[in-house]
Design a protein. Sequence first.
Length: 364
Amino acid sequence: MRRTYNFSAGPSVLPEPVLQEAADEMMNYKGSGMSVMEISHRSALFQSIIDETEHDLRTLMGIPDDYEVLFLQGGTSLQFAMIPMNFMRNQKADYILTGHWSKKACEEAAIYGKIHVAASSEQDKFSYIPDCDNLDILPDSDYVYMCENNTIYGTKFHKRPNSKGKILIDDISSSFLSEPMDVSKYGMLYGGIQKNLGPAGLVIAIIRKDLISETVLPWTPTMLRYKTHADKKSLYNTPPTYNIYIVGKVIKWILSLGGLEKMEELNERKAALLYNFLDGSNLFHGMARKDSRSLMNVTFCTGSNELDATFVKAVEQEGIVGIKGHRIVGGMRASIYNAMPIEGVSCLVRFMNEFEKRFTEETP
C-alpha cells in the first residue's frame, strides 16, 4: 500500500514505526488478550502506560521535579478558559496576539477579567512576531500569555518574550517536541497532541507546582481546576487512554532518533528545503516574514486564488494532501511536523518546481 504524504495542520502525520507497533498490539497488548482501548484506566496495566509516558516525557524535555505533567481532555480551546479560571487571581492578564488562536484565547479570557494586549501583529495580518523585549505589561498582571507557533499564518517565536517577572504561559500545540525548550522559564506549557504527538482528543499541560492551588475564580467547576487533576495524577476521571498510549510510543520514537536536539536538526533541514525553493521561485512566495518563519507550518501562495486552487487540486493527484491553506488566509500551507519524512518535502518541492515550469511555458 502506498501511503500519501499528509501535510495537514492537524490531525496530522504520525511516525510509521509507531503506527505499525500500535497495529501489532491492537488485539493483544502485552499478552493481556485485550486492546489498550479495552483496558480499564484503573488497572495496573494502564497505570504502567501513563507512568512510563510521563517518565519518558520528563526525560525528553528535561522537565524539573517541581512541575506537574497533566494529561487532560477537551483540546486547547478548553484551556483558553481553564487558564484564566485558575490563574487570573487579580483578574488581570497580558496577552501577546500573534495569530488566530492567541486571539481566541484572549477573547475567552476577557470573560473572566481585564485583558491587556501587550503586543500584537494583527495590523499586518499576523505575518510576523512582534518585538517582545520590552513589553508594556500591567503592573498587577497575573500572567503573560503567548502562542509559540502559529499554524494558520506560519510564524513562530524565535526568542522568548521578556515577561518582566510575570508568569509566562505558552501554547506550544504546533511546535510540541519539535525542538528543545527550557521548561523552567515558563509557568505553564501546554498543547494539543494532534500535530506532533498523537491522535486528537488529548492535551498535555506542564505546570509549575506552586501555581496549582485551591485559589481559583469562585465559579470554577471541579473538572476545570488543575488541582483536581494534579491531586489524582490525571486519573480524576477516565482519561483518553489510547491517546496517552500513542503519545508514549511517539516519545520513544523521538528518543530513539537522538532526542529533541536531533529532532530540531531534522526539522531545520526539511524547512530549509521548502523555504529555499520559495525564496528562489518566480511563481510561489512565502507569506510569513522571514525572521518569523515557522519550522512546522510553511505558508505560501501564487498571488492568484484561481491558480492556488489549481495547484492544490493538481498536487493531490500526486499523493500529496492537506496542502490547502486555512480559509482565513487562503493560499497553501505545508505542515512539516516531526513525522513528515524529508522525502515528503522533497516530493512536494519537485512538484512545485514542475508546476512552475509548466505555468511559465503556458504563459505568454
